[in-house]
Design a binder for this molecule. Structure first.
Ligand code: SF4
Length: 264
């Protein structure tokens, strides 16, 4: 059997191995540190359709194509969200499509990619979702749409992990190197780019190596207290937060014994 890893899992492990243990090993409820919105989902779907279904016979689509795609995705939205989403997509159009001489067909839109890595005799399957993958002259660019109102203060280390996971998976899937990961902020029209290098892949391989040792042998899941504790859904169970932490709920998944670990 294999052990499934995502960027969110790697980032949680990097932030705090104990939070990782609560969330992914014991399956405690709690959104942890991540989440998404209905409007955000509709915007992502509309953007996927804009690139996926355009015929590419004309160099760039008109605004009517943007409005058409948006109107396909509004069933679950309130009237104010529909207006807001339309204006966000129109801003996107002016910032990222109208200025270009042509809209290039992406390699892929809105999907999942997988890679794998064997460490300590464990098969790790790395899985990531992408919004869009574009061709560059010397490799690939991964596009991540951001619908949040404010620009993420994403920790650099965590962004590096995400880049490393995609680097590895894209290399295995397409035999091409990831050159850039770009965050497109839909509400502001800003684009923030991060260069991707083989060192990102090496960082991920090293972290997965640590995790493999934890799973195979240590089983310590040492808490690493920090700013993230204010947003941690598991603080009441955490020995770093309380001298007498609450016992885990009865429906928590049983802790893996050595035998279970060996059969992952
Ligand atoms: S409260 Fe802090 S130290 Fe404890 S599990 Fe959560 S993030 Fe880790």
């Amino acid at each position: 059997m294999s052990y499934l890893l995502s960027a969110a899992k790697l980032q949680t492990y990097h932030r705090c191995p104990r939070a990782y243990y609560f969330r992914y090993e014991r399956r405690l409820e709690g959104s942890g540190f991540f989440g998404s919105t209905v409007l955000g989902t509709s915007l992502h779907q509309a953007l996927a359709q804009i690139y996926q279904d355009w015929h590419y016979q004309d160099p760039i689509p008109g605004m009517d194509w943007i409005d058409y795609c948006w109107n396909q995705q509004i069933t679950d939205l309130s009237p104010s969200q529909i207006v807001e989403g339309r204006s966000i997509l129109r801003r996107y159009y002016h910032a990222f499509i109208a200025k270009e001489s042509s809209m290039r067909k992406p390699l892929a839109v809105e999907g999942r990619i997988q890679g794998s890595l064997r460490v300590e005799n464990l098969e790790f399957v790395l899985s990531g979702r992408y919004d869009r993958i574009d061709y560059l002259d010397d490799g690939l660019e991964l596009i991540d749409y951001k619908s949040a109102k404010e620009i993420d203060n994403t920790d650099k280390e965590e962004m590096d992990l995400q880049i490393g996971l995609y680097y590895l998976a894209l290399e295995q899937r397409y035999r091409r190197n990831l050159r850039r990961m770009s965050l497109l902020y839909l509400r502001t029209g800003e684009k923030i780019c991060f260069e991707a290098t083989p060192s990102h892949r090496q960082r991920v391989q090293s972290l997965i190596g640590d995790m493999a040792v934890e799973l195979r042998r240590d089983q310590r899941w040492i808490p690493t207290p920090g700013d993230q504790c204010d947003r941690c859904a598991y603080a009441r169970y955490c020995p770093a937060m309380r001298s007498q932490p609450e016992p885990l709920p009865e429906d928590a998944r049983p802790a893996r014994g050595l035998q279970l670990v060996l059969s992952i």
